[in-house]
Design a protein around this ligand. Sequence first.
Ligand SMILES: O=P(O)(O)OC[C@H]1O[C@H](O)[C@H](O)[C@@H](O)[C@@H]1O
Length: 540
Amino acid sequence: MSDRPLAADTPAPLIDLPEWKRFALAAQTCAPRPDALDLIEAPGLALDSSGQRHSSDLMAAGEALLRARDFDTQRARLLAGEPVNVTEGRAAWHTVLRAPEAPAEVRAERERMDAWVRRADAGRRWRHVVHVGIGGSDWGVRLAVTAFGYAGTWRDVRFVANIDGHAIEGGLAGLDPRETLVVLVSKSFTTAETLENGARAREWLTGAGLDPAAHLAAVTARPDRARAWGVPDDQIFRLWDWVGGRFSLWSAVSLSTTLAVGVDVLEGLRAGAAAMDAHFTQAPLAENAPVRMALAGVANRSVLGQGSLNIAPYDSRLANLVPYIQQLDMESLGKSVDAAGRPVGVPTGPAVWGMPGTDAQHTFFQWMHQGSDGAPVDFILCREADHHWPAHHRQLLANCLAQREALMRGKTLAQARAECLAEGMDAARADWLAPHRVHPGGRPNHLIALPRLSPYSLGALLALYEHRVFTQGVIWGIDPFDQWGVEYGKVLARGIVAELDPSSGQASRADTAAASGAADARHDASTRHWIERLRRGGSP
Ligand SMILES: O=P(O)(O)OC[C@H]1O[C@H](O)[C@H](O)[C@@H](O)[C@@H]1O
């Protein structure tokens, strides 16, 4: 960790800035204007912000706010690989992983992995791939494999993330160990879930009479640990400390993606993301897609009090986009203090949730239309489908546009009453039913349209979200690249694991405390109760 002084990275408190007050006032006093089309054509996608509040005054206030936050300098520091992750004193240089002119060591590792995969393909090796990793070492790969391998691939890829033993049991069930490659992905190579699940897979290989080393590959920033764990050097692929886990799919973390759907997919993802990086760097702020999404996100969350953000991809192949963005956004922006440790003073990152449409319409869209809170929505669609049923695609697109229009337009009491009367109800019944059919409308949204779901457009989409998250971090003044909150629970779990083990000394300490009636100061009464009870397993 660097001892770099914080001062250089410490912005002024947001709420003290006159630019913030101007932005907040402008956001409060303008309305969404869906009749004024507000469209940006960015690489790989088009962003329609017509469903967000917008006005020339709000845009000018947003630009002034970004200037006050020294946005140009912060963006340049991100892209130059400077230590923008202030609390951990390191860079977040994911953009270089997809840069055509990447440093030699990055290019060399890309080539080494591609060559390894091509050799495996040529030899038709590894009918089954078991990808073991969690969080940033999992979601990007799941997303890409589902997006491009949705119709099946000759290699069967399974994902094992959870420490729940059922996950690894199911992940290995029915596979032929002789045909199986187990890919362990862990930046730190210390993550308990990944190492435990990896150990079960290794036992499974040994139990089948195989040399596990021949069936293991690893992707990590700590090749020394992977080597000590038993992975041969030529099957260890590198990432670097200066890449955050949730920003790492551009690296060898996507080994399983390339085994499932080809090295070209990863190349396409990188090319789309690199094009979005160039757009983020060069486009004027008013036409800069990530910046516009960030300004809308800050207005919705910090000014208008919207507590969540719904992601609605109208493409079933993008089912894993929701957890991917959940981690990207919530691990990055789920913080309440700025880089100097002061309260930000306004609500920061929203809860991110969602589900592909049209499933979502039959699950929670009722709440979006008429619930007391509602949520801003990012609608995502692909103009062209890759199947052969155009009528399905027309219905899918129609549903997306209709839901969006209903959320924007709403329906007044007078309209609802007139509708009831037109359906033949008498006036008394129309008066009674009409309030149930009112929609407030005015729900903020973006529409993001990809030409089709290509690796290029998906890469651009993911980079759009990465830069949106970064820009919101700059405005709020928080470090979007650390995740201290994840640590606390991990540390407590380590202690409780030992206490749950009936053979451990720690557990007997809890027993003794319970037997003597003395409170065990390490836990509250309820946690202590459950440790005791769960230690006994199924017995009463
Ligand atoms: O890749 P690893 O070191 O195994 O880490 C896996 C995951 O661990 C934690 O949950 C972090 O909060 C994530 O950001 C990270 O992606």
